[in-house]
Design a protein around this ligand. Structure first.
Ligand code: NDP
Length: 477
């Protein structure tokens, strides 16, 4: 089987490789992907540094054309790349294709942003002096991505980094290198000069850590666990570099007595279980007022009967497998913990056997949970959710906000008063009314508060805050 190599200083290199395994069928090897060493990573960083002066001054039309071509190819190959995504990560084919389209749209958006770079001119408070405010690229950007969005997250970090004139060293999650390799290959064929984008696949503790330890990496953007996020922060403070973190969530979804039951059930099931619950915006705390509680739980139980968990590539599958064995163990450990803590496992939670060997888990819903249980406080990152019964809206809001995290927060209600109050008072970066907590647009800011995020927002035009640095120039007329 051919080895998909790393891209370092414009050359495809690497012979040490690991197998990328399909979680729907562990006998299916998706491909072999190279593993970069410490030395490879240092070479990649040096190449990005060397390429920076020319790329940072490249014409906006050149950058526009490369990002535009990349968008076009990703969109033209959406079925093939979506299939690759589903095969390596375990999302359903519809989810895989949807995410691929989103990656294409992100490249298209930032192709446009290349042509909209702007600054400001102001008069000085002193006579005969003009002030110009411009944005310049920050330099070498280290990009470290997780396994749960194998194409969209790399796209939403690489596209703005290149658009604003930075060079990149990119380390995807070792579990899902396939889509990352594919977009780097597309960008190179679209005309990216040597060294501007370097792909270093391999272990986080080796490749990622080398990036964090390098004084030549000027900014790091990271999405993943809270633990690794803290490492990124500490290393970045040490080097006085810019850093941006998107980490966990324990997102609440509130259901009020006056909610439309169908809307509430669809949004809650989608939030908690679609994409196998492996979204940082997934809702794992469903906070339900007592007047609708029993009807809501019964309706979710009914809805779950029609949810098919199976091979991600099979037609008719709604939920694919868990991404790998260790994540499956984390999920089942929490299911055990929840029961020991006194919550009632109302539905699911059992391992499932399918035609192919994979990591199949029936979506698990706890009831009678309280907000101080570990299943309500810690990120599980699987198809496991807990219903917390509350008296009224005020208690629901208090419980929703009682968490160390603050990424996304949702409410199902027909009350304008409560919807408006919730939008204003939910302690989260993103708020959803009558919509799942997950599922966001690519052209508007994405990010959270409290323990979920650090730094400026990702996506849309707000991305320029991270990928550029402001310069203020004064000129005597
Ligand atoms: P990690 O935080 O370990 O992985 C995220 C990325 O960081 C990967 O590319 C990983 O590399 C890399 N990394 C790991 N160690 C280092 C290091 N020392 N220096 C630099 N980079 C490093 O998360 P996991 O994938 O292990 O997932 C564990 C848990 O994290 C999940 O169960 C979930 O709770 C949470 N998570 C949250 C996500 C979110 O979007 N909020 C996304 C993914 C996970 P490698 O390839 O070696 O893994």
């Amino acid at each position: 089987m051919t080895i998909h190599q790393n891209l370092i200083a414009g050359e495809w290199v690497g012979s040490d490789a690991i197998e990328n395994i399909n979680p729907s069928n562990t006998g299916d090897v998706v491909g072999r992907y190279a593993r970069a060493s410490v030395e490879d990573t240092k070479t990649a960083i040096a190449a990005a540094k060397a390429a920076f002066p020319a790329w940072s001054r490249s014409g906006i039309l050149e950058r526009h054309a490369i990002l535009r071509k990349t968008a076009d190819e990703i969109l033209a190959r959406k079925d093939e790349l979506g299939r690759l995504l589903s095969r390596e990560e375990g999302k359903t084919l519809a989810e895989g294709i949807g995410e691929t389209v989103r990656a294409g749209q992100i490249f298209d958006f930032f192709a446009g942003e290349c042509l909209r770079l702007a600054g400001e001119t102001l008069p000085s408070v002193r006579p005969n002096i003009g002030v110009e405010i411009t944005r310049e690229p920050v330099g070498v950007v280290g990009i470290i991505t997780p396994w749960n969005f194998p194409i969209a997250i790399p796209a939403w970090k690489i596209a703005p980094a290149l658009c604003y004139g930075n060079t990149v060293v990119f380390k995807p999650a070792e579990l899902v290198p396939g889509c990352s390799w594919a977009i780097v290959d597309i960008l190179v064929r679209a005309g990216l000069p040597k060294g501007v984008l370097n792909l270093v696949m391999g272990k986080g503790s080796v490749v990622g850590q080398t990036m964090l330890d390098s004084p030549d990496v000027n900014a790091v953007t990271f999405t993943g666990s809270t633990g690794t996020g803290k490492r990124v922060a500490l290393a970045s403070v040490e080097h006085n570099r810019k850093y941006q973190l998107e980490m966990g969530g324990k997102n609440p979804f509130v259901v009020l007595d006056d909610a439309d039951l169908n809307v509430a059930v669809e949004a809650a099931v989608n939030s908690a279980f679609f994409s196998t619950g492996q979204r940082c915006t997934a809702s794992s705390r469903v906070i339900v007022t007592e007047g609708i509680h029993d009807r809501f739980v019964a309706a979710v139980g009914e809805r779950l009967k029609s949810v098919v968990v199976d091979d991600a590539l099979k037609a008719g599958t709604h939920i694919g497998p868990v991404v790998d064995e260790s994540q499956l163990k984390q999920d089942t450990d929490y299911i055990e913990i929840g029961q020991k803590e006194g919550a009632k496992l109302a539905f699911g939670g059992e391992l499932l056997k399918r035609d192919t060997p994979g990591f199949y888990l029936a979506p698990a819903l706890f009831t009678e949970a309280t907000n101080d249980m570990r299943i309500s406080r810690e990120e599980i990152f699987g198809p496991v959710a807990a219903v917390i019964r509350v008296k009224d809206y005020e208690e629901a809001l208090a419980v929703a906000n009682d968490t160390p995290f603050g990424l996304s927060s949702g409410i199902a209600t027909t009350s304008l008063k409560h919807a408006t109050h919730f939008k204003r008072n939910a302690e989260a970066g993103m708020v959803m009314v009558n919509l799942p907590t997950a599922g966001v647009d690519f052209h508007v800011p994405f990010g959270g508060r409290k323990g979920s995020s650090h730094g400026s927002r990702e996506q849309g035009k707000y991305a320029n805050e991270f990928y550029t640095t402001v310069k203020t120039a004064y000129t005597l007329a």
